[in-house]
Design a protein around this ligand. Structure first.
Ligand code: ADP
Ligand code: MG
Length: 251
């Protein structure tokens, strides 16, 4: 149990101009663990995820993912950024599939570009992952012929096909109708059960409660509560978290 965490953030801070978006955020995720991040809009959840793979470099603090350790005060080299991002798959609210390419091409392209796989090799791997998210039969369709839930599952297959050690999800179901969200959550649950290390920003409290090991509640760029998911969701300690959870549960 004394294994090193797979993801560790130490005192991460980030400002946009004079506006402090993140203040001294600490976070640690062990191998195979699922962390849900909750909190109202504007609390810094997306910025925090983007700091983990340096889509937004933090101003100060240390990001460690696997063997890559970056200090926010020292600009990373290209090799360091590559090493960091190689470990991390990311899925956003918007799926960002190319409309003029088949589903298969969409999943294969990043593998060819970033890992140098041949088209044949990439396509075989893509089919495996499309199969895993239940969409092998859509491989030769265009994304427009797929529902939003299917498109998000394709985006998940695309990320997984790059072989990440950790997956970051930023509100993956919030653009979807509830039923289509469920099929995406089912894929994410399977991924969690297969042992993937995951951080999921979500408003889906049943996913947070049933699938995640820990829950972190953020407000104003700070970690307000963190703990066992059932405890944080069932017995929040701060007025801020109580108010947020009451509002979410009354929807
Ligand atoms: P959340 O994901 O919790 O809704 P965000 O991380 O997206 O929060 O945003 C946190 C705050 O930072 C918000 O007030 C947002 O307006 C601000 N913000 C986010 N990105 C930028 C940016 N690129 N420039 C300026 N302000 C930003
Ligand atoms: Mg956000």
């Amino acid at each position: 149990m004394n294994e090193r965490p797979v993801i560790q953030l130490e005192k991460i801070s980030k400002s946009y101009g004079t506006f402090k978006v993140l203040s001294d955020v600490d976070l640690s995720v062990a191998a195979g663990e699922v962390l849900a991040i909750i909190g109202s809009s504007g609390s810094g959840k997306s910025t925090l995820l983007r700091c983990i793979n340096y889509l937004e470099p933090p101003d100060t603090g240390i990001v460690t993912v696997g063997d890559t350790r970056l200090d926010g005060e020292i600009p990373p080299t290209r090799q360091q950024l590559y090493a960091l991002r190689k470990n991390i798959g990311m899925v956003f609210q918007s799926f960002n599939l190319f409309p003029h390419m088949s589903v298969l091409r969409n999943v294969s392209l990043a593998q060819e570009r970033t890992l140098g796989r041949s088209r044949k090799e990439a396509d075989a791997i893509s089919l495996d992952f499309l199969n895993r998210v239940g969409l092998a039969e859509k491989a030769h369709e265009y994304p427009a012929r797929c529902s939003g839930g299917q498109q998000q599952r394709i985006a998940i297959a695309r990320a997984l096909a790059l072989g990440p050690n950790v997956m970051l999800f930023d509100e993956p179901t919030s653009a979807l109708d509830p039923e289509l969200g469920l099929e995406v959550l089912a894929v994410m649950r399977e991924l969690a059960e297969s042992g993937m290390t995951m951080i999921v920003v979500t408003h889906e409290m049943s996913f947070a409660g049933n699938v995640s090991d820990h829950v972190m509640f953020m407000a104003d760029g700070k970690v307000v509560e963190y703990g066992n998911s059932k405890e944080v969701l069932g017995n929040p300690q701060t007025p801020r978290a109580k108010r947020f959870l009451r509002a979410v549960n009354e929807r």
